[in-house]
Design a protein around this ligand. Structure first.
Ligand code: SF4
Length: 237
């Protein structure tokens, strides 16, 4: 099987308690489409990140003009976009230039899965520090879990030239708060690989049970034909 055909897993699936055995099983069987449409809830964050990336096409400070109003989004989304743009200008007023880094999926041949690389903004500051900027617009404060740091260590290991350490900055552009972490790239890779293997093993174990409905069904790709809901539909007829 070519790397492109391997089943795709994602950080949230590895990081959180397995949601539903059938969801896990079908995902590990490769049922989840690789080119799944981007979710609407990420539209504003994605737009802000790409505007910031364009702003840093050269070494300079961002300005309000770099964040034009996204007229194709809904009015509520545009309001959040405006607030987020202001947040970015407040939290990151210094000059920086965007780095071109590989975005192809991480492939775990031994596990038979791949993982989409996070699409964070990566910049080099005027002081020469390479910084991963993860932009969030939840208003709940920046969220940075251990799993995200593991994945970033694996992502950074592919960069050329390799970095001895990587600064990670997670910013909630609405709460105007940031949290930072330093990933020691070389020593972090082994722990990151072990973490992915452990979490994958937990998923395989979790995939053996019966389907379990819950809040996760609202976002599940398999809701239309999963065994649990197909059974409910049949008994409703
Ligand atoms: S719709 Fe719900 S019960 Fe069915 S596979 Fe998805 S998460 Fe599981």
């Amino acid at each position: 099987m070519s790397p492109d055909e391997l089943p795709a897993v994602w950080l949230g699936l590895l990081e959180r308690p397995p949601p539903c055995p059938e969801l896990v099983r079908r995902t590990l069987d490769g049922a989840r489409g690789a080119d799944r449409a981007p979710q609407v809830r990420y539209a504003v964050g994605n737009r802000l990140r790409e505007a910031a990336r364009t702003a840093h096409a050269e070494m300079r400070a961002p300005t309000a003009a770099d964040f034009p109003d996204p007229t194709d989004l809904e009015p509520e989304q545009r309001l959040v976009h405006r607030a987020g743009a202001l947040g970015y200008l407040t939290l990151f007023p210094e000059p920086a230039v965007a780095c071109d880094v590989p975005t192809d999926p991480l492939v775990f041949d031994d596990l038979g899965v791949r993982m989409f690389a996070p699409r964070d903004l990566v910049v080099r500051t005027a002081g020469g520090t390479v910084e991963v900027r993860r932009l969030q617009v939840s208003g709940r404060g920046p969220q940075l879990g251990t799993g995200a740091l593991h994945v970033l260590a694996l992502v950074a290991a592919r960069w050329s030239p390799p970095l001895p350490s990587l600064r990670v900055v997670v910013a909630d552009l609405l709460a105007l708060e940031i949290t930072e972490a330093l990933v020691e790239a070389e020593s972090a890779v082994l722990a990151a690989t072990e973490w992915v293997s452990d979490r994958h093993r937990a998923l395989v174990d979790a995939s053996l049970g019966a389907p379990k409905s819950g809040e996760q069904c609202l976002r599940c790709d398999y809701v239309w034909d999963c065994t649990l809901h197909a059974r409910s539909r049949r008994s409703a007829r």
